[in-house]
Each structure stands twice: as C-alpha cells, then as structure tokens.
Design a protein around this ligand. Structure first.
Ligand code: KIV
Ligand code: ZN
Length: 510
C-alpha cells in the first residue's frame, strides 16, 4: 500500500454534471481556491472542449489557483486534448485527463469500435497528450463492467505510451466492494509497468457504494481517489471527499495511510459548495449533514455529556465546525471584527473586510448576539461581487390571514427608482410579483428555501432561490433578520447573476 493517498477532486467537473448545477467562472474560482485550502492534490476543473464557459473556467483556475495540480478532461480525440492543454497550460502543475470506454456494451453501442481500435486510439491519444504535458491520466470508462483481461492489456499499452496515472471508473456504480477491490488487485498484479504510476479509481454512487468501493480500492493498491465534495456528480453522484477522508482519518488504525487534506476545512468547503451549487446536503448526510453531530435521544445526550466518545467517533472540530458561541456585538469595532475573521480562517482583502463590516454593523443594530455562524453567513454573502444591476430601495407589505397580500416595491437601477405594486398568494409571492412587473416577464421561481442561520427569535433568516428564464438557471441567496427582505434580496441576487452572466437583454422587459 502506498503510504499516502492522493485526492483528485472532481467537484468542478463531474460534480458540475449534477442535474441543475451550473457554476459561473467566479463561482468555480471561489470553489477552486477553497479546494486548494482543503489541500486536495488535484483539481479537475472542467471539460474544456464542452463549451467556451467551461474552457474559460478551467483556464482561470489554472491561471489563479497555485500549488495544486489542475486537470482538464478530454475524450480520446485530438481536438479535445488540444483544447484541454490550451486551458491547463497556465497551471504550475498541469494534467491532461483523457478517456475512452472499454466495456463491451460501450464499445459496441456507443463507440461502435472493436477492442483493437479502442486500444489503438487510447495509445495514440496518450502519445498526443504527452507532446504537451508530462502528467497524463488515462481513464477506461465503464471499467467496472469491462473485461479485466482487456483492462490489463489497454492499461499496459497506455503506460508504455507515457500515461502517468491509470484510472478505473465504476462509471455506472455497478460493482460491489469486494468485487471492485479484486479488480484493483488484479490490475496491480497483471499490468506491465503499473508499479511506476498511480492507480486511480472513480466510483459512482448508483447503489450507494461509491465510498465503500473507493475504500476497498485503497486496501487493494489504489493510490488516487477521484471524488467530489458533498458527493456531487452525475445521477446519484460520486464518492464524497469528506466521507473518504474522515474514514481514513477516523480509522487510521485500520488503513494506516497518509493524506494531504486539512480536515478542518471540510465543513467550510461543503457549505460553500452547497451555497454555490444550490444543492443542499440531506440533514443525515455522513460527516457534513446538519445532524451529523446532533444527539437526539436522552440516552445519547446523557452519554455525550459524560464523555463525548461514547457516541462521537470524530469531533465536530476535526472537520472545522465551530461551537456556536457568542462573539461580537453592537459596540465591537473594526479591529475586533478583523481579528474574528482571521481567527475563523478568512483571509479577506481590505475592501471585502470593509463591506463585510458594514453588513455586520447593520446586523448588530437588529440582533443582540452575533454568533460565528452569523459572521460566516455575512462573509459568504458575497452578493457585492456581482454587479448590482437591480437594488432594493424599499418594500412595504400588507398581509394577514383574512387579507389578500399586497406589496409595494421600489427598485433602484442606474440611479432611477422604479415602483410597482402587486398582489400575491402570501407576502413573498406578492413581493416577487411586484419585482416581476419592474424587471420583466418570463422569470420562473423554481425553488424557494427558507432557513435560520442561528438560533433565537432575532436569528438571521437565510433564503435560497433558484429561478429560470427559458433554459437559463440562476441561484440567489439573501440574508436578513426580516425574512421578506431576505426573500427579496435572494430573488434580486439571482436576477443580478443572470444579467451578469447572460446580459441584460435576456430579461424580456415588457
Ligand atoms: O464516470 C466516469 O467514467 C467519468 C470518466 C470521464 C472518468 O466521469
Ligand atoms: Zn464520472
């Protein structure tokens, strides 16, 4: 067994293939920087040939995120590999990842190629990638359902051609842990030159076995695990980074294998990915779910109060969860606020600190106790990074159990104030209808979620929305002690993002 496992994070590539997820360049960059803080070994930043947006995002990550290998995906086609190189070349550790399917079912029905042709193409494309880049990964798509003898052959050939990593994807999440472990063992024992390179696995979660299969692979010689934050990815997703790492950390006695990850960054990374993708973790999700460290039954609570290890196999602190202690208040100054941000691990620019401090002061006027979670919410509320095309000036709502809800909304745009009134099915609907009248028609609200950032009657309310216009989607987030204001801010945030990404013409102004 290698003494250190490499974590290949594919949140920005396979994770972005999660239905409904669509990250813009800035969001991808923000996640990539956080993945670097988490200390993953490789970031698969995207599939450059897929679209101009994907290409620009991979390029921006390669240009800006240093100290970590940046990888771009490419089918076994020259044009894909050329485009991948164009994007990753700016990295101080570029990698090209090329793949072709190797199962009988994929070769026959998808590729319409015979096995000899597939080997020939794989070898030629690895050689082509090697002209650009030392670090070339080759994936045998649908390896989980491929003939092991054919895998030994194709992997041996691509290693001869210069591949530095061979990847064994369980593309459709079909294999069982013992079976997958044996496949990796067979590859390790039968592939020529395998001892010189990394053996990687990439497990999908269709039967809920992605993490178990990845761990079985580690036991049998895998040296790189491909995984995604919060288990995002195609269909049921990929193996979750946080579950793999906390298994290795918690059961160090069993696996006895090192890793580079800073586990205290796990919670922050998971929250950021949830926020930017709009995909929330289920409460009982292992490691990062809201209930992962909550104890409900009296017996458990009693046990934990006497000795935490009775029911906790890992500590909340080990994944960077802070106790929700009171920290700052109305009279706290900018220095105290800055110190607090540093203590919480935020490294913000002077401008970002000033903006966050302004928000903190506003909040302190409305809320007595400001907790770490409130501050986290304020800092993550980077709405100011997106041009504020539409800004809320004021709102007035009239609502009651025997009244038709009505709203009057004033929105500022380019120095002008636009006012509209509307009715609706409840106060939020009335507010959104009035905004719709100002901004234009055709916007659809697909998802609306309201939660509290912290406890108490004056808790910060957090609203997340997902809107669409034709085939374009946008996520927005708003926070305020007033949930109607949080809702309006979330809606405007989503609209401003859409305008930022697709131009103002997208709004069908009637
Ligand atoms: O699931 C899969 O096979 C993939 C490959 C491109 C590695 O995502
Ligand atoms: Zn995949």
């Amino acid at each position: 067994m290698s003494s250190r496992i490499k974590i290949f994070d594919t949140t920005l590539r396979d994770g972005e293939q999660t239905p409904g997820v669509n990250l813009n360049i800035q969001e991808k960059l923000e996640i990539a920087h956080q993945l670097a803080s988490l200390k993953v070994d490789i970031i698969e930043a995207g599939f450059p040939v897929a679209s101009t947006g994907d290409f620009e995002a991979v390029k921006a990550v390669a240009q800006n995120v240093k100290g970590v290998t940046i990888c771009g995906l490419a089918r076994a086609l020259e044009k894909d590999i050329d485009r991948a190189w164009e994007a990753v070349q700016y990295s101080d550790g570029p990698r090209i990842h090329t793949f072709i399917a190797t199962s009988d079912i994929h070769m026959k029905y998808k590729l319409k190629m015979n096995p000899d042709e597939v080997v020939e193409r794989a070898v030629a494309m690895v050689k082509h990638a090697k002209k650009y880049c030392d670090d070339v990964e080759f994936s045998a798509e649908d390896a989980g359902r491929s003939n092991p003898q054919f895998l030994y052959r194709i992997f041996g050939e691509v290693i001869k051609a210069g591949a530095t990593v061979i990847n064994v994807p369980d593309t459709v999440g079909y294999t069982m842990p013992l079976e997958f472990g044996s496949l990796i063992k067979g590859i390790k024992e039968n592939v020529l030159g395998i001892e010189r390179i990394d053996i990687s696995v990439h497990c999908h979660n269709d039967l809920g076995l992605a993490v178990a299969n990845s761990l079985a692979a580690i036991e049998n010689g895998a040296t790189q695990i491909e995984c995604a934050i919060n288990g995002l990815g195609e269909r049921a997703g990929n193996a979750a980074v946080e579950e793999i790492i906390m298994s290795l950390a918690t059961r160090m006695d069993y696996y006895n294998i090192g890793y580079n990850i800073d586990t205290t960054q796990i919670s922050k990374t998971s929250k950021l990915v949830s926020k930017l993708t709009g995909i929330k973790c289920q409460p009982n999700k292992a490691v990062v779910g809201a209930n992962a460290f909550a104890h409900e039954s009296g017996i458990h609570q009693h046990g934990v109060l006497s000795e935490k290890s009775t029911y906790e196999i890992m500590t909340p602190e080990s994944i960077g969860l802070k106790q929700n202690k009171m920290v700052l208040g109305k009279l706290s100054g900018k220095h105290a606020f800055e110190d607090k941000l540093k203590e919480m691990g935020y490294n913000l620019s002077v401008d970002e600190i000033s903006k966050a401090f302004g928000k903190f002061k506003n909040l302190a006027d409305k809320k007595k106790k400001i907790t770490d979670r409130d501050i986290e919410a304020l800092v993550q509320d980077k709405t100011f990074e997106i041009p504020q095309t539409f800004v809320l000036d004021s709102f007035q709502i009239n609502s009651g159990n025997k009244l038709i809800s009505t709203s009057v909304i004033k929105i500022q745009k380019g120095g002008r104030i636009f006012t509209e009134a509307a009715t609706g099915d409840g106060p939020v609907d009335a507010a959104f209808n009035a905004i719709g009248r100002i901004i234009g028609t055709g916007l659809e609200l697909n998802e609306y979620e309201l939660g509290a950032v912290s406890e108490g009657q004056d808790a910060l309310g957090e609203v997340k929305v997902r809107i669409s216009l034709d085939d374009k989607f946008s996520n927005g987030r708003g926070i305020s002690t007033d949930i109607i204001e949080a809702s309006i801010n979330a809606y405007l945030n989503a609209i401003n993002k859409m305008v930022y990404e697709h131009g103002e013409d997208i709004l069908n102004r009637g």
